[in-house]
Structures are given as structure tokens and as C-alpha cells.
Design a protein around this ligand. Structure first.
Ligand SMILES: NC(=O)C1=CN([C@@H]2O[C@H](COP(=O)(O)OP(=O)(O)OC[C@H]3O[C@@H](n4cnc5c(N)ncnc54)[C@H](OP(=O)(O)O)[C@@H]3O)[C@@H](O)[C@H]2O)C=CC1
Ligand SMILES: O=C(O)C1=N[C@H](C(=O)O)C[C@H](O)C1
Length: 267
């Protein structure tokens, strides 16, 4: 029998948070002890999720939560600024963060890594929890060795706060490890409408599409003489991310550092 893992979820009423509450409640050795619901006005979790069976506490503030609850893991699915503060607060309280929230700066990631190492605590920051998305990133990294001309096109629902997506940034970082660094396109190219060529990451371009009806999609387009290669992943619902959240919670208890990207923990 595996040990019970006590979990706090931040952002339980969000699109991802709702799926995470379901996952934790349905998983035998996971126990949801509390949620951080910053706009809560005294409602119990059962008022938000009528099916919930557990006696889950609702907090509006993370400090207050960790001062009152014994938790092993924080699952954060909020916003970039809040996610960073929550992750830091969790580590300071000895709680291991599993973070799906995207939009952290490089400085924030470095600071959190240093803190996790100082505290000898596991911390997983995964820009994408879907196994298919991890494979898309890895295949793109492999292809970049042979196709150094590449453009990333990510497409998301129009309620998304950060652009480019965390997945697109991670994909670009992974591609950079294998790609001959150079500026793409014609050296004299000129944008007649600003932004037409997308964001520039080490000379490759990232394009962010936002439309109602979309969930989370990305294609990585490689071009070479007489040929193109397209690697594409689509998430059609948020349940697609939950197996990655589950494996992260299970793995984090045996980590003592920060891991950025699910590809590092999938075997
Ligand atoms: N890693 C992955 O695989 C995935 C990551 N994501 C990322 O997860 C995050 C959440 O996405 P999504 O669920 O679509 O977003 P939503 O906007 O649906 O949910 C965000 C939740 O965070 C809450 N929130 C906002 N500010 C605070 C705060 N200060 N304290 C506590 N809670 C707060 C919101 O509450 P309220 O509405 O009441 O303000 C809301 O419930 C995003 O960063 C997104 O990019 C998304 C999908 C997959
Ligand atoms: O906001 C989203 O929806 C998603 N965010 C993550 C990202 O920024 O990459 C993961 C996925 O693409 C869905």
C-alpha cells in the first residue's frame, strides 16, 4: 500500500483546477486537504463541487492555508504572478509544488530552483502535462539537428493570459539545444505591420494564435530545400493533462530539486 499524499490545490474553480480536483478525489492514495480559492466568500468546496465527498478546507490565502494544514504537495493552476508566489511560499513551508501554471520568467525559475535546492525539496514546473505534447517537443528537438529552419505556431483559447505559451517557450528552448543558431528569413525582410513575423527566439519565430473554440494546440514547422516537416499536437480537453499531473505528484515525493519539464521525469 502506497503512502497517502496530502494535497492542496490552488485555482480549484479554473478550467484546469476543476479537472485536478476530480483527479485527486478519484485517486486512491491522494487526499485533497484544502484548496486556495482567492475570491471565495465562505463557500465550502462541496458548494463549488456538489459531488465532493471529502471534508476539504477552503482558504483565500496560501500563508493562512500552510499555517493551518499539514500538506505534502501543492498543485498550482493559477496565473503567472500568483503561481510564482504560491510556489515560493510552498517551498518555504516545506510543501512540494507541482506547477502547471505558465508564464514564469527565467529569473523566477532560477530563484525557485535555488530555493528548492536550499530546502532539499522536490518541485516540478511542467509547461505541459500532456504526454503527446512532451513527445512533440522531443521529436522537434530531434528534428532540429537536421532542419535548423523552424517556426513554432501555438494556438490556444482566447482566455489565455500568457503569450507565447509555456509549451512554445519550452519547445524553443529544447530545439535551441540541437539547432545551429542563426537568424531565419531574408536578411532584408521588413514587417509592414509590426509583429507579422512573430516573436524572435534565437533567430527562430514563434507565432501565438488566440481564438474561441480552441483548447491547446501547437505545430512545429521545419523547412529545408524542397521539403517541410510538421510536428503537431492537439489537446481537445483538459483531461488530457491529468495523467501528467498524477505522475508528477507521485514522483515529486522522491525529488530534492526543481525539475522544469515533464520530459525529465517520464521514463
Ligand atoms: N501545464 C499544463 O499542462 C497546463 C497549464 N495550464 C496553465 O495553467 C494555468 C491555469 O489555466 P486555466 O485553468 O486555463 O486558467 P483559469 O483562468 O481557468 O483558472 C485560473 C484559476 O486561478 C485562480 N486565480 C487567479 N488569481 C489567483 C490568486 N491570486 N490566488 C488564487 N487563485 C487565483 C482563478 O480564480 P478566479 O477566476 O476566481 O480569479 C482561476 O480559478 C495557466 O497558467 C495555464 O497556462 C493550462 C493547461 C495545461
Ligand atoms: O493556458 C492553456 O490552456 C495552456 N497552457 C499551457 C501552456 O502555456 O503551454 C499548456 C497548454 O498549452 C494549455
Amino acid at each position: 500500500m502506497t503512502d497517502l499524499i496530502k494535497i492542496v490545490i490552488a485555482g480549484p474553480r479554473g478550467r484546469m483546477g476543476q479537472e485536478a480536483v476530480k483527479l485527486v478525489e478519484e485517486t486512491e492514495n491522494f487526499q485533497l486537504v484544502a484548496v486556495i480559492d482567492h475570491k471565495n466568500n465562505g463557500r465550502k468546496l462541496a458548494d463549488i463541487f456538489p459531488t465532493t465527498q471529502s471534508q476539504v478546507k477552503v482558504y483565500t490565502d496560501i500563508e493562512d492555508c500552510f499555517q493551518n494544514e499539514q500538506a505534502d504537495v501543492l498543485i498550482d493552476l493559477t496565473t503567472p504572478e500568483t503561481g510564482y508566489l504560491h510556489t515560493k511560499t510552498a517551498l518555504l513551508h516545506g510543501v512540494r509544488p507541482v506547477v502547471g501554471t505558465t508564464g514564469f520568467t527565467q529569473d523566477e525559475l532560477t530563484e525557485l530552483k535555488n530555493l528548492a535546492e536550499e530546502k532539499e525539496l522536490g518541485c516540478i514546473i511542467a509547461p505541459n502535462f500532456a504526454i503527446g505534447a512532451i513527445l512533440m517537443m522531443k521529436f522537434s528537438q530531434m528534428a532540429a539537428k537536421y532542419f535548423p529552419d523552424v517556426e513554432i505556431m501555438e494556438m490556444h483559447h482566447d482566455q489565455k493570459l500568457d503569450a507565447p505559451s509555456g509549451t512554445a517557450v519550452k519547445t524553443a528552448e529544447m530545439i535551441k539545444e540541437n539547432r545551429l543558431s542563426h537568424q531565419q528569413g531574408h536578411e532584408d525582410e521588413k514587417e509592414t505591420i509590426g509583429g507579422a513575423r512573430g516573436a524572435d527566439y534565437d533567430g527562430m519565430r514563434i507565432h501565438s494564435v488566440r481564438l474561441p473554440g480552441l483548447v491547446a494546440h501547437q505545430q512545429v514547422l521545419f523547412g529545408a530545400e524542397g521539403q517541410t516537416l510538421t510536428i503537431r499536437h492537439d489537446s481537445y480537453n483538459r483531461a488530457s493533462f491529468m495523467s501528467g499531473v498524477k505522475v508528477s505528484v507521485e514522483t515529486i515525493m522522491s525529488l530534492d530539486t526543481l525539475v522544469y519539464g515533464l520530459e525529465h521525469i517520464l521514463v
